[in-house]
Design a protein around this ligand. Sequence first.
Ligand code: ADP
Ligand code: MG
Length: 561
Amino acid sequence: MATEKGSISIHTENIFPIIKKFLYSDNEIFLRELVSNAVDAVQKIKRLASLGQFNGEVGEPLVEVKLDEKAKTITISDNGLGMTAEEIKKYINQVAFSGASEFVEKFKDAKDANEIIGKFGLGFYSAFMVADLVEIQTLSYQEGAKPAKWTCDGSTEFEISEGSRTTRGTDIILHVNADSEEFLSEQKLQEILDKYAKFLPVPIKFGTKTEQVEDGKDEEGKTKYTSVEVDNIVNTTSPIWTKSPADLSDKDYLDFYRQLYPFSDEPLFWIHLNVDYPFNLTGVLYFPKVKEDFDMQRNKIKLFSRQVFITDEVKDIVPEFLMLLHGVIDSPDIPLNVSRSFLQADSNVKKINTYITKKVADKLAELFKADRKAYEEKWSDIGLFVKYGMITEEKFYEKAKDFALLTNTQNEHFTLEDYKAKVSPLQTDKNGNVVYLYTTDTDKQDGFIQAANKKDYDVLVMSHPIDGHFVSTLEQKLEKTQLKRVDASVANQLIEKDEKLESVLSEEQSNNVKTVFEQAINKPGYNVEVVALNPDDAPVTITMDEFMRRMKDMAKMGGGM
Ligand code: ADP
Ligand code: MG
């Protein structure tokens, strides 16, 4: 047999299986993409009209999502600007098909559907994640335009023919594939629309719903109600973050909060973000009441881009210490389709991060100045954010040092400056360092606290898990200041006054007691003192070296927070 040589050519015949394979985990976003396109189309016709380039009737802007379980179709309709056959070729075919092989090459290893869709501008194409046949019926706003129909089964073949649409706008009809029948459910679609489309700027209708309306009075004069079918509009077209703070009341902010987090307590306060230079960002951030299980409260900020929900994952955009905040951020300037590391390096994202930190610091400073008492009452909630911020963000520390509070065992609050002034006279050691005493457990360390108070020393409460780190931060930042737990050795030897204390025990008695205790403990780092000012006093104090204790605590916690 003669030898025949040739090369194997690889064709991308069918995009559909590839898309399905890579995008499968996130395939619900097809609806977000198609609904956003429909919204864009409506916004475009409005703009054309306002520019005088379209003189017809714009009508009531509406996007409609329809489900036909029997026919196994989902239809997304709009009364936007529509497309001519030429435009379909240009905007749909070319975008989708010209890059087919490039697409396959680039996204062989892609994990995230968002990434693919964004990079390729393939929003429309996400339809093929759930449909094995996609149909477009459209009529352009342009004079003399003819309705056009486009169909494609996900191969590189498409068909364009005369369409049947009689009014301006577009229907995208998805013939849902066998693997995606979960989407042929009213509840499922409602859920997806609630997630992604809740705040889109054009009304989105999804079926109808029954509503009770007042219908006159009955014989007893009571209001009568009847059920009527009304359009089920899934969205609020002007959510509060798109409005000016001057036009909003506290009630508006609280209502919006309840809409976002129906089962949460009222927030402590909120911050309206609104900046358009050097980047564009709007939003409302709420300070929640912090609960014990505060890990559960993380990741509650929703990120939007032009009112389209994108993600709950705002980790690199919001400073880490504010991850417990709730609310929304909307910015078209956050690159949405790039990898984590790129996002961290992005200059807009850095600026946004700094801006949010500054806004939060300014708000706290304002609350502190406006009503110190109210601020103190909220401190147990706000304190966690402030301390965390001071620990992790240099820039925030510089601002927060003026409104951070220290709380003592009498539940009195002091600013850093005031506290220093308060304790310096009595609590300065021989080397001129001011010593702040603190307790991590007011019950267990009660004896030590009482002993310290007897000597007129003040004791701060540092009992939250975060306080260990806060203590270290204060020590680094405050000059000539040391923090010692109230049971630390040095605490009892602080002041010269101590040296003059007269014990009711003889020196021999003291030494005997001391020896007994030291032998019983027999571990390094502990210190036994025996002093009794009067016969009722507990004469023995066992203290521990502050440094040793911290090392032990750190080992116990495994270093984590
Ligand atoms: P993008 O929205 O990022 O431009 P898409 O793949 O989502 O990319 O859409 C491609 C293009 O197809 C759009 O830019 C628009 O010109 C056109 N298009 C898609 N859907 C519609 C629609 N419902 N009405 C009018 N034009 C549309
Ligand atoms: Mg799009």
